[in-house]
Design a protein around this ligand. Structure first.
Ligand code: MGD
Ligand code: MGD
Ligand code: MO
Length: 557
């Protein structure tokens, strides 16, 4: 959001899922769509197989989408800035840039170009490990085919240079005039069903709903007047990653965790546990008693998605209705009802909603981009924001004739290595992410018998070139150690990761990769560097534990 906000003025996916099949070229960088966005990946596959789109896949692992690609760039993790600058360099050398678009719609091109000149193919190849021929092939595909779209996800953002990686992606799209057209655009794939909605509603420390800045006096006055309260402070709050450290240092004394399992999902899990143990008062509101809930002073049982009414705003900014299909069990209640009750006990007034549709009307009244979105308009296929008025049809494609900020801005960005690189003591690189069968910390998917059967335990991907000298065979137990901790898990000897790189998920509490990960953050976006840290790998003489011994499965089902 910070990167696209800086480049374009709006931090959301620019295009819709529907127009993917109109793309003539697609760059998928740091996104494992067939496992993480499987439905959307079908559109990418169709674009390639049925409509002849040329696909470029850039990922340090050979993911399934690579089988559909015209060229695969299996670069070293954490070298995306060099890679993206290098592609731009070749596009300029081949004179494939869109001069008219650059002149009319963008600014700061010359300053940016001066930096791009420093990234010739030979240098980029040396940094990224990608052969120059492949770089040229990819640049040609992206530059010669119009429209060309870019998809990315956590492979780009979860770095200390995450913000800059996104700027580099935006630069490439502007260079080739691919903004504001069907089949083009810059498309960050949002992770959770409603994370776009959570951000839109101000689930960020620096904005109110609709990205109205907390620092903006007029915005603060508007919200204060509506709720009949004193003006809140102009200073933004803390981000999640900053809150943990503040809890450790005693600056945060109480924490209210809702729909989140930070003890497993935050980096450097041993440190996170310490932080949470220091908090004087911990509330956890969840549909299950997760690992964080075990430390809580108060647990508030919430209703799950199928047990309540509401809306989800999906990755393409489409607001959709969700309808209650069953009653919540026991004392569980919808999250909004729990909040309203708490607010009332704190003497709030004006929170007497009968139905979430009334909350939506309040959102519309205070949030220009949601101004025309009401429940009666959400029957059927929903609406894409911005949708400012009750007559407005919604906006499937952003920045059509003008960027949200006016002109798109080229931002010079330089290659910068990850915070922790392999050395003699920790000679390998660890990257982390997900697999198809499980969802994050497993609180939900590990309770599903079929999914647990398909993926019962962590399997650490390691290249045979690395496994051989370490005496590691497929299925062996291995110990992985970083500067922060150590875990033992089963090895999967496979050519999926680049040599020198291993891959783990964070789905399994008993073998948690976040014990190993580094909690350094991007200075602007504040996102942790989950995608690169240094580790040591050894073979361990022991049988892998039987799968049903996992705490969650035993306790949960
Ligand atoms: N089945 C399933 N689906 C999910 C989720 C889940 O847990 N399970 N989670 C959802 C959520 S919240 C999110 S955010 C998304 C995440 O979706 P993705 O971001 O697609 O998933 P990840 O596995 O985190 O990482 C994506 C890819 O980044 C690559 N990568 C690692 N390091 C680098 C690098 O330095 N550069 C580049 N270019 N690539 C790199 C990895 O090899 C991986 O293939 O998935 C969503 N969908
Ligand atoms: N190593 C590593 N760590 C990562 C990442 C990575 O790539 N690598 N990715 C990061 C990313 S992108 C993400 S999004 C995070 C995810 O991290 P988390 O959000 O902490 O993980 P989840 O397991 O999705 O936890 C969601 C919780 O919400 C609960 N829940 C589900 N529905 C509801 C509801 O309707 N109401 C309430 N109150 N609770 C509900 C679930 O039971 C679960 O306990 O992990 C991050 N951590
Ligand atoms: Mo996510």
């Amino acid at each position: 959001m910070t990167g696209l906000g800086q480049a374009f003025g709006s931090g959301a996916m620019t295009n819709s899922i529907e127009d993917i099949t109109q793309a003539k070229a697609i760059l998928a960088i740091g996104t494992n769509t067939t496992e993480q966005h499987p439905v959307l990946s079908l559109e990418i596959k169709q674009a390639v197989r049925k409509h002849g789109a040329q696909l470029i896949v850039a990922d340090p692992r050979r993911i399934e989408l690579a089988d559909f690609a015209a060229v695969v760039l299996q670069h070293e993790a954490g070298t995306d800035l060099a890679l993206l600058n290098g592609l731009a360099n070749i596009i300029l050398a081949l004179n494939l840039q869109e001069e008219a678009f650059i002149a009319e719609r963008t600014e700061n091109f010359d300053a940016w170009r001066a930096v791009i000149d420093e990234y010739p193919p030979e240098r980029v190849s040396a940094i990224t490990g990608v052969p120059t021929d492949d770089l040229v092939k990819a640049a040609r595909i992206f530059g010669e085919n119009h429209p060309a779209s870019i998809f990315y996800a956590m492979g780009i953002t979860q770095h200390t240079v995450g913000h800059q990686n996104v700027l580099a992606v935006a630069n490439l799209s502007m260079l080739t005039g691919n903004m504001g057209i069907a089949g083009g655009g810059v498309n960050p794939l949002r992770g959770q069903n409603n994370v776009q909605g959570a951000c839109d509603m101000g689930g960020l420390p620096n904005v109110y709903p609709g990205y109205q800045k907390v620092a903006d006096d007029a915005a603060r006055a508007k919200f204060a007047a509506y709720h009949g309260v004193e003006q809140p402070p102009a200073k933004p709050g803390l981000t999640l990653t900053e809150m943990m450290q503040a809890a450790h240092d005693g600056q945060v004394r109480a924490l209210y965790v809702m729909g989140e399992n930070p003890i497993m999902s935050d980096p450097d899990a041993n440190h996170v546990r310490e932080c949470l143990e220091r908090v004087e008062f911990l509330v956890v509101q969840d549909i299950f008693l997760n690992q964080t809930g075990e430390l809580a002073d108060v647990v508030l049982p919430a209703a799950a998605f199928a047990e309540k009414d509401g809306t989800f705003t999906n990755t393409e900014r489409r607001v959709q209705r969700v309808r209650k299909a069953m009653e919540p069990p026991g004392d569980a209640r919808a999250d909004w009802q729990i909040f309203v009750d708490l607010a009332m006990r704190m003497d709030a007034t004006g929170w007497e909603y009968q139905h979430p549709g009334e909350i939506m009307d309040e959102i519309a009244a205070l949030t220009p981009s949601y101004g025309g979105i009401h429940y009666d308009r959400l029957e059927g296929e929903g609406l894409h924001w911005p949708c400012p008025t009750s007559e407005h049809p919604g906006t499937p494609i952003l920045h059509v004739s003008k960027f949200a900020r006016g002109l798109g801005r080229f931002a010079p960005v330089h290659h910068q290595a990850a915070a922790e690189l392999p050395d003699d003591e920790y000679p390998m690189m660890l990257t982390t992410g997900r697999i198809l069968q499980h969802y994050h910390t497993g609180t939900m998917t590990r309770r599903v018998g079929g999914l647990d059967f398909l993926a019962p335990e962590e399997r650490v991907e390691i290249n045979p070139i690395d496994a051989g000298p370490l005496g590691i065979c497929d299925g062996d137990c291995i110990r992985i150690t970083s500067r922060r901790g150590t875990v033992e898990a089963q090895a999967w000897v496979t050519e999926r990761p680049r040599p020198g790189l291993i891959f783990m998920t964070f789905h399994f509490a008993e073998v948690l990769s976040n014990v190993l990960t580094n909690n350094v953050i991007d200075p602007v976006a504040k996102i942790p560097e989950y995608k690169v840290c240094a580790v040591r790998v050894e073979r361990v003489e022991k049988q892998i534990q039987a799968r049903l011994q996992s705490g969650i499965v035993a306790a949960g089902s």
